[in-house]
Design a protein around this ligand. Structure first.
Ligand SMILES: [Zn+2]
Length: 124
């Protein structure tokens, strides 16, 4: 069975810590429930917010996912800062802090973000 760690995380690294937390919870759940595992089919940024498509998640994991999605609107997708984060930028929907916003041309950001595959191992 595919783990959440095996599918592409199609968003900036600023959101990865939130996804790692969810990945740990799902891996623990799946280890304990091999007959009814949680499956995550897609992780991506859409309209400036985090999207995680999943099924078979129990209430507590659904809640973790909902909290991360909610938090993504206040978290810079590029660096993870929660200071002064806003979403609209010249017609592009990016959730960024002022520093990242001033450094990055949104078009460049978009091009580089399309698919970021995880290469690290999670220690938890
Ligand atoms: Zn930032």
């Amino acid at each position: 069975m595919k783990s959440i760690k095996d599918i592409p995380w199609e968003c900036g690294k600023g959101w990865w810590p939130m996804i790692e937390k969810i990945a740990s919870a799902i891996d623990s759940f799946n280890a304990a429930h091999p007959d009814s595992p949680v499956e995550v089919t897609q992780i991506k940024q859409k309209f400036g917010g985090l999207r995680i498509y999943h099924y078979n998640a129990p209430e507590d994991i659904r809640q973790l996912i909902d909290e991360a999605i909610e938090a993504s609107w206040q978290t810079c997708e590029r660096c993870g800062s929660m200071v002064g984060v806003t979403t609209d930028h010249k017609g592009f929907r990016f959730t960024l802090c002022p520093d990242c916003r001033s450094e990055n041309n949104p078009r460049v950001l978009l091009k580089h973000r399309i698919v970021i595959r995880r290469k690290r191992t999670i220690n938890c």
